[in-house]
Ligand binder design. Structure first.
Ligand code: C2O
Ligand code: CU
Length: 445
């Protein structure tokens, strides 16, 4: 498939409209007025990485690091990333997870570009318009290559600095914490074992958690009250103080947790492992650091009832398109042959029909999980608004996400506005499931 040869509308009887090629859907060439150009080179290569425990892992990396470098920008900047492939023989891309880039920058091999072969490169260029915590990862053979380390964080700060709890200023603690499992070892920001970080009492703290795995993680913050300021990069409306709760972070998802550092230690506990995780320590609290109670019994915070409702910018009564996706497992036709697959409406990728939308449409998805596994559903290019889970409407802050965790037996309803023309993958972010067929395309008509 030559780069840029995919045309929208082709073969669909819409000859009255000029076909738009993905090559035309590239990002802006310049920052917004006053913005900067943030240039990076990401070189995909195999590397042996030594973890803090002393363990060496054979990883696939961007720039020899796991995670790859955190890309930061201020709203309005132009992000320009040159991806080079040194020696990943299968090829590699960069997909900007949760970042609604123009389609030509989306990094999906075979759809928006070719995989970048060893010795080749590809330049991604887009404006940093969304503020918040995002991540990037290869989208080629991602069930293998993300797990092996081809991922990193993308953090965009607001331009005006007015946002509450914005933590770029001096005297603040702002930590970007991708959680990733490598051969059974959970790494937080690339570190295995327990990590300690100083934080003077009274300091505003923001922890940006990113789940780069294929299964959910349970997150507990012990020793402080806190607020979930943002989910999947988007601020919540009036998030209240909580404590003694567990948070379920779906595969691919992000939570920004904020609090003022108390006078004693705070522990970030992942998957109820009290020995690992992160400790924030005010000076001289050696005793407090040792005492962390069992977190496994803490109730889970229901984000569909968290924060305060607010108006959403479109009228959901007028859904222009509705799609139902029934997720299951079974024998399905894949590439014209029967295969045991993760299925959507009884078929596996690429036999699942495309979903067609038109620009401006309000689109509603009903996602039904009939299988025994959790499916973290992920749409590229657009955030979706959670409407309901199992018929119970979302009554808290509007929850705009790019990944939502549909557990066995559950039915979720979500909606979004089709404002980003292109061809977008719509898939389970359990990456082995996507590889086994649970993936389709949403296509602008
Ligand atoms: Cu984070 Cu299609 O991916
Ligand atoms: Cu799945």
């Amino acid at each position: 498939l030559p780069a840029g040869s995919v045309t929208l509308g082709e073969g669909r009887g819409r000859s009255s409209r000029a076909a738009v090629s993905v090559a035309d859907l590239r990002g802006a060439g310049s920052p917004a007025p006053g913005g900067a150009v943030r240039r990076h080179v990401l070189t995909a290569k195999k590397a042996s990485v030594r973890l803090p425990s002393g363990r060496e892992i054979d990883a696939w990396t961007y720039n020899g690091e796991v995670p790859g470098p955190t890309i930061t920008a201020t709203q309005g900047d132009l992000i320009e990333v040159r991806l080079r492939n040194a020696d990943i023989s299968d090829g590699v891309t960069v997909h900007w997870h949760g970042y609604d880039v123009p389609c030509g920058e989306d990094g999906v091999p075979g759809v928006t570009q070719l995989p970048v072969a060893p010795g080749a490169d590809f330049v991604y260029r887009f404006r940093a318009e969304q503020v918040g915590t995002y991540w990037y990862h290869t989208h080629h053979a991602s069930h293998v290559s993300v797990r092996k380390g081809l991922y990193g964080a993308l953090v965009v700060h607001p331009r005006d600095g007015q946002r509450a709890d914005e933590s770029t200023a001096a005297g603040q603690v702002d930590l970007t914490l991708p959680v990733h499992t490598f051969d059974g070892t959970v790494m937080i920001a690339g570190r295995d074992g327990r990590t300690e970080h100083p934080a003077p009492p009274g300091t505003p703290v923001r922890l940006r958690l990113i789940n780069t795995d294929s299964d959910p993680h349970r997150i507990v913050l012990a020793g402080t009250t806190f607020r979930v300021a943002a989910v999947d990069g988007r601020d919540l409306n009036q998030p209240g103080e909580v404590s003694d709760v567990g948070l379920r972070l779906p595969a691919g998802g992000r939570y920004d947790l904020v609090f003022l550092m108390p006078g004693r230690s705070v522990a970030l506990v992942v998957d109820d492992d009290r020995d690992g995780g992160l400790r924030l320590r005010p000076d001289g609290d050696a005793a407090g650091a040792a005492r962390i109670e069992d977190t496994s019994g803490l109730p889970e915070l229901d984000l569909l009832r968290y924060g305060a409702p607010a108006a959403v910018p479109f009228d959901l009564r007028n859904a222009d398109r509705r799609f139902t996706m029934v997720l299951d497992r079974g024998v399905a036709m894949v590439d014209g042959r029967p295969a045991y697959a993760q299925t959507v409406n009884g078929r596996g990728h690429p036999a699942i029909p495309d979903q067609l939308v038109a620009e401006g449409d309000i689109v509603r998805f009903t996602v039904v999980n009939r299988s025994l596994e959790t499916h973290p559903w992920h749409l590229h290019g657009h955030p979706v608004l959670i409407l309901s889970r199992d018929g119970t409407p979302s009554t808290g802050s509007p929850l705009w996400v790019d990944t939502f965790d549909v557990r066995p037996g559950e039915t979720w309803e979500v909606a979004f506005r089709a404002t980003n023309p292109g061809i977008w993958m719509n898939h389970c972010h359990n990456l082995p499931h996507a590889h086994q067929g649970m993936m389709l395309r949403l296509h602008y008509d």
